[in-house]
Design a protein around this ligand. Sequence first.
Ligand code: BGC
Length: 785
Amino acid sequence: MFCSGMCLNFQNSTKIILNTHEKTIYISRHIFLLISALRPASPQLGKNSVQEVLNAMTLEEKVDLLVGAGMPGFGGPTVGQTENLVPGAAGTTKAIPRLGIPAIVLADGPAGIRISPTRQNDTQTFYATAFPIATLIASSWNLELAENIGKAMGKEALEYGADVLLAPALNLHRHPLNGRNFEYYSEDPIISGKMTAAAVNGIQSNGVGTSIKHFAANNQESLRSKNDVRIKNRTLRELYLKGFEIAVKESSPWTVMSSYNKINGTYTSESRELLTTVLRDEWKFDGIVMTDWFGGTNIVKQVHAGNDLLMPGIKPQKDAILQNVKDGKLDVKDVDVNVRRILDLILKTPRFKKYPYSNKPDLKAHALIAREAAAEGMILLKNEKLTLPISSETKIAAFGVTSYDFISGGTGSGDVNEAYIISLMDGLSAFSVERKLAEKYSVYVGDYKEKNKPDPNNPMAAFLNKPRMPELELSESEIGEYAKSTDMAIITIGRNSGEFEDRKTTNDFYLSDEEQNLISKVAKAYHSKGKKVVVILNVGGVIETASWKEKPDAILLAWQAGQEGGNSVADILSGKVGPSGKLTMSFPNDLKDVASNNNFPIDIELNFQEMMGGGPPNSAQEPRKNLEFTTYEEDLHVGYRDYITNKKQVSFPFGFGLSYTSFDFRNSKISGDSKVGFTLKVTVKNTGKAKGKEIVQIYRSNLNKDPDRELISFGKTKELAPGEVQILTFKINSEDFSIFDESINAWVTKAGNYHLLIGKSVSDIILTENVEIKEKFERRVIARF
Ligand code: BGC
């Protein structure tokens, strides 16, 4: 008789759970010590092989490893929160000390590590850097920048004791109103995949892991944990899986997070096709898959699918796995495969390696990285008659409540507990600012916040988006006074969103009446005095701009720029940094132009229970369109793929962004052939008077013109001085022209002549090169959906 099961000291006796029969008996402490001394030592992770450790595990211990350590106090799909090890992290696995297996810590998220900033009985604070949102990072089109932010985020995760950062997130911006678009990069899969790979490489260079999420096609928040995405294989492969494929192949993330939704009737966390055939067999992913928090319903299917870890982990899941193994409904071999992978992951973690984390990351250095990155991802949408940059003598009147309450990032798990937020007003301290107006706004904003505090009795309140603060009513004569006493007006328009809810049309995508009035009144007053007006968009996603964009002289899309946002805006306004960001999504003229608009939950109000993923089971009522299921009728016509192909006018096209200088593209040269691959060189010259960086976008033109144009590569110059030239080089191969042929389940490039379109945006093509593909390219895949 050996205690190879779980042993617990119990006063004078010791509770022993036997390995084979799982019976509990009590023996005296002395006998226990004698037996312990006689029995062979248990294998230890790291000292013995993973196989030996696995062989020594009881079924109960194995299941302990597959099911996370739990999340007290919550009962539905929600933002992760643990008090174990690193308070405020999203969750942990369970430790098995007998075998030397530590618990590891998983923490959100895409804009920096989310942990509790304070702890009970501890005077130290644990604030983290709020980096800019992913959409802003992508807008820089700078992969090195994405990697550097990753390095800083990863370092912070490491120093705060986390093992895996639950980031980056790369679902596509299928529709402008997805509540979580701010956490994602783009409407284009190439940008999304490349940005993700850069971020993963940066984060993981610290020896902590990542979890790329949410795999896959999680493109709406409304009823996200029941939503069935009905989609064609080609669309899935070319748009919604493509970014993940690039990321897995170019960066080897330690983990992947499966999504809440179903694809063609099967929960992604229960789909062996997705998690094993596609991810592991086709793409050679060798890490673990974890569920999103409380995701999926059928435990047997999840384990069999290769969804190794169930997070945050609840007792019924553990019981279900044990019971199903005992009943022969779940093969213990499936359990073993997943356990082995989790052990492999744990072996790599800082916690296993006993990394002495400091709890003191270099927040100052990281704030600087956040500030510089944020300025590079901001996009100048309009700049009539060189309204910007402005000199420090310019006297500014700042309108709009958001000027005084800057939004650093979105809500939910993508939020960060930062020590401070630099608002626009803080950032503008280098300029001369109209104080009377500032005072009036500050009092209004302060009062509003005092009266609208989150409900302390609702544990979810901190994670939900708050209603937008109404604008302060200002009379025309009052605005006229400020137009007299100042040189320029800045109006900030703010928007926020986050998990559980998609954005709404009224007062969100469309400006509210008060906002429209504010822009009209301020523009009228300032223009009547020959003075300029700048609108700053402090938003996490696309808003309507067509109806008002003629009114201001300049528009700066500042996004949600992290904790240093106000400073980054000031750096652009002053010209310290030349704007060089470009859109990674289109700004449509109107929602009715969005091809997926009929197949997206527009303005659907769900009750709290349903928002949290509860409510009646699917079978209790007719499945509702755009809730229980969403049909991706638009197929490939997402964003610019649709606007360009169907020649729809947009307010600002994909890839668009202005600069304080101008650039010329010249001397494009293509060499190589379809066998060895092509090399494209493009010369970029700064032809203007200011320093600046430029982005070169390479689109392919498809043989059948549907979609007409698709991004295949991009590059960004260093900062070029006026007159300076740089040659950018692009590697292009036959596969870059492939489309997914459902009839043979393969990626195929037909032989023929293709065009490469070299542009400043999708609709501003400067140069064209011809490419001849001599032999047909074909890459077969295994899975079908
Ligand atoms: C989100 C995930 C997040 C997890 C843990 C879920 O609600 O969808 O993105 O990582 O919570 O906080």
